[in-house]
Design a protein around this ligand. Structure first.
Ligand SMILES: [Zn+2]
Length: 395
């Protein structure tokens, strides 16, 4: 394999989650065939980029996508905050991977002129239906050039959760360079590698996430395209993400300080990554033990990380009977690999299992509000995080 960032050929192993189905392709029938692909993470010893060893062809994952961002109140609220801080009335705003228009709706309300870009036909159509003009395409330098010609340069660019999703992050960075207005700012958000390793958030590893970024490799990527990271902060979405602001020119001292802190925390050295696989195994034992102790268990959140956790921990229908999800696009379908039916959340109230495994652990406060009736009736949530479950007592 070749490093997606530096073209190097030498890698160190990080973890292997085994053959895994494509997590966002829910099945129509429990017996439907489901192809599995290796899910192995490694780290380039040349540039430090953590990445998957293999790429699944993007059309298999993205052409018909079942993640609709607007269905998460947390994500809609987060988008509203980003727009309020970055967008002024009259700005030309482009969002890369605009999904169903959940962010650009807010930008329109602020008086901006907007264009979304998303390769998934079904979510792009949903965005158009909601009044958000959307180009159905993969974003790269050629797409950026055609947008610049037809729509104009972007004063504000958003690229949240897309840089880590593509086989070639250089294509996105080159497109940003092409499309960004001279004084424009690109707001780029990626899940934080540092948080993922620290919190054992292995269930954020799936085929769509081809790269796992610390700031130093991200800075190297943008520098290659003559772009600067002029601001950086940690944001809580998706279990912890990095939000960076990118410009054609500007002061990078904040990014430099952030990279020094990462280096001091060990992110550039092997030992930081070495215990990750062992800690995943430990978490599997704890979660499987808690599920067995609870007796009757349902689960909540048929999103990507839930499918990873059920498959990686081999939790099938005899252990976890069903998975509740608010998305009507998912209800009536089945979890690839483990086969549970996806049901509406009111199933939690009617079936009233002793415990509910919260696969969408990043949305805990939202779920606690929505499912207050189940919890008040004596139900409990099992949070599959290392610090949230007790180690089962032996014997
Ligand atoms: Zn590399």
């Amino acid at each position: 394999m070749i490093c997606r960032l530096c073209g190097g050929h030498a890698f160190a192993a990080v973890c292997d989650l085994g053959p895994m189905p494509l997590v966002n392709n829910l099945l129509h029938h429990p017996a439907d065939a489901c192809q599995r692909w290796p899910l192995v993470v490694c780290r380039c010893t040349g540039c430090g980029l953590v990445q998957l060893t293999e790429s699944v062809p993007p059309p298999l994952m993205f052409d018909d996508y079942c993640y609709f961002s607007s269905q998460s109140a947390t994500m809609v609220e987060h988008a509203r905050g980003l727009v309020a801080a970055a967008v002024a009335p009259g700005d030309a705003v482009v969002e890369i991977a605009s999904n169903d228009g959940y962010l650009l709706r807010s930008a329109i309300e602020r008086g901006a002129r907007v264009l979304g870009v998303d390769p998934a036909r079904n979510v792009a159509a949903e965005a158009e239906r909601r009044g958000v003009p959307t180009l159905c395409a993969y974003f790269d330098a050629a797409t950026a050039a055609s947008i610049r010609r037809d729509f104009g340069a972007a004063d504000v660019l958003f690229a949240c959760n897309v840089l880590a999703h593509v086989p070639d992050p250089h294509a996105i960075a080159a497109g940003i360079k092409t499309l960004l207005a001279p004084e424009g700012r690109a707001h780029v958000e990626v899940p934080s590698l540092e948080r993922m390793i620290e919190t054992v958030a292995f269930d954020t590893i799936y085929h769509e996430h081809q790269c796992y970024f610390a700031l130093a490799p991200l800075r190297r990527l943008f520098a290659h395209h003559d772009l600067r990271i002029v601001a950086v902060r940690a944001v809580p979405v998706h279990g912890g993400s990095l939000h960076v602001e990118v410009a054609h020119d500007g002061d990078e001292s904040a990014a430099e300080a952030w990279c020094r802190r990462e280096a001091a925390a060990g992110l550039e050295d092997d030992p930081f990554y070495r215990s990750f696989a062992t800690r995943i195994d430990d978490l599997r034992d704890v979660v499987r033990g808690a599920v067995a102790d609870a007796g009757s268990v349902g689960a909540y959140g048929a999103a990507a990380k839930g499918v990873v956790l059920l498959n990686a921990f081999d939790l099938r229908g005899d252990a976890v009977a069903w998975v509740a999800d608010v998305s009507p696009h998912k209800q009536g379908r089945f979890i690839p690999g483990t086969g549970q039916p996806v049901v509406a959340p009111d199933h939690l109230r009617t079936a009233s299992p002793a415990a509910c495994l919260l696969l969408a652990w990043n949305l805990e406060s939202e779920v606690r509000r929505q499912e207050a009736a189940y919890l008040a009736a004596g139900g409990s949530l099992l949070i599959p995080r290392p610090d949230r479950l007790r180690t089962p007592v032996a014997g």
